[in-house]
Design a binder for this molecule. Structure first.
Ligand code: NAD
Ligand code: TYD
Length: 358
């Protein structure tokens, strides 16, 4: 039975990953280690919270002593490091926490994995540290090219530079110590449980509330969108079959301009929910500082070496996503009211600081 230490598992992708893994494997144990920042929400994990192969620990990835104890008390096989401050706009406003969590937190986890897994002649067999990174470390593209794993790192935002720094540190630990690692760099994700500060859930939420939809600049910035479950499957594939020390880009050639995404969502809600949801909600606003123009992943390596490809195209994925948010309006509401935080914090305290079953 393999034991996964998943950090940031109460966030958007981490919670989707835990649900995906527990649905697909009954012979694994998952320890979800999350600080529960504003972006962490245990509500995301309600469907698996009773699973006896799942345990939640409210911890900061920068906390050396507590995580040392987690490594000591559990035979961790895989660290899957999702934990991060993840929103570019917040990193522009308040960068310091991005450097602390995304860089120093990763260093702390790496050091603990290294000291726990190290043997006299290398590392215990079957162990791996998976750093969940992002295509944003590569910077911005012109109109035609693509990010490959060999594209030079050239991050532009404080968020991207914090992720790039962590990647370089992970790489240096592989080069120096040969600690078993993989780095994954995925394009923009969308799907259930994404915090409504990010473009797609923000647009859906604002349409439902009939609030204006802020589009930065001319709305022609391009992102390469991947349905979150495809990302989770890719991570599973990298954990199981990725070659040690390798970086894998993850994406599905779904490049869309922001204005296109917004129009697709408005059109769907207009036709299927409420005819008063129209393009009139769109408001072009001042551009994001240093706004990257275009991201686009070349996924050739993961396709050809690990035989992964996405299964959900954008047209299908966006409809699934919109319908999920329509069915889960309470989730959006609770997020903004903070009720769920109080509910889970009470439960957490009642259970003596540990929520879940070992
Ligand atoms: P998110 O903001 O939704 O979730 C982050 C999670 O990390 C939250 O649960 C939060 O509580 C937790 N966290 C934050 N600081 C912590 C700390 N110090 N200790 C422990 N837990 C902490 O983020 P997401 O969108 O799910 O992204 C997850 C990872 O995937 C990030 O590393 C991000 O860089 C990467 N990524 C995201 C995308 C995307 O489109 N969202 C794309 C590519 C890569
Ligand atoms: P975002 O979801 O923040 O992801 P990232 O910046 O990590 O790619 O933003 C996606 C794109 O949408 C990006 O080009 C910025 C743009 N955007 C807006 O135009 N308006 C908004 O309110 C937000 C949140 C993003």
């Amino acid at each position: 039975m393999k034991t996964y230490l998943v950090t940031g598992g109460a966030g958007f992708i981490g919670s989707n990953f835990i649900i995906y893994m527990l649905k697909n494997y009954d012979n694994i144990k998952i320890i979800n280690l999350d600080k529960l920042t504003y972006a962490g929400n245990l509500e995301n994990l309600r469907e698996i919270e009773e699973n006896c192969n799942y345990i939640f620990l409210k911890l900061d990835i920068c906390d050396k002593e507590s995580i040392k104890k987690v490594f000591k008390e559990n035979d961790i096989d895989y660290v899957v490091n999702f934990a991060a401050e993840s929103h570019v706009d917040r990193s522009i406003e308040e960068p310091s926490i991005f450097f602390k969590t995304n860089i120093l937190g990763t260093v702390n986890l790496l050091n603990l994995a290294k000291s726990t897994w190290e043997t006299k002649n290398g590392f215990k067999k079957g162990k791996k540290f998976i750093q969940i990174s992002t295509d944003e470390v590569y910077g911005s593209l012109g109109n035609t090219d693509y990010f490959t794993e060999d594209t030079p790192i050239a991050p532009n935002s404080p968020y991207a530079s914090s992720k790039a720094s962590a990647d370089l540190i992970v790489k240096s630990y592989y080069h120096t110590y040969r600690i078993p690692v993989n780095i994954t760099r995925c394009s923009n994700n969308y799907g259930p449980y994404q915090f409504p500060e990010k473009l797609i859930p923000l647009v859906i939420n604002n349409c439902l509330l009939k609030k204006s939809i802020p589009i930065y600049g001319d709305g022609l910035n391009i992102r390469d969108w991947l349905y979150v479950e495809d990302h989770c499957r890719a991570i599973d594939v990298v954990i199981n079959t990725g070659f040690l020390g390798e970086v894998y880009n993850i994406g599905g050639h779904n490049e869309k301009a922001n204005i296109h995404i917004v129009n697709v969502i408005i059109k769907y809600l207009n036709e299927n929910l409420d005819t008063t949801i129209t393009e009139k909600l769109i408001q072009f606003v001042k551009d994001r500082k240093g706004h990257d123009r275009r991201y686009a992943i070349d996924p050739k390596k993961i396709r050809s070496e690990l035989n992964w490809k996405p299964t959900t195209n954008f047209e299908e994925g966006i409809v699934k996503t919109i319908n999920w948010y329509l069915k889960n309006k309470n989730w959006l509401h609770n997020l903004t009211s903070g009720d769920y935080q109080n509910y889970y914090m009470d439960m957490y305290k009642r259970q003596g600081g540990m929520y879940g079953k070992i």
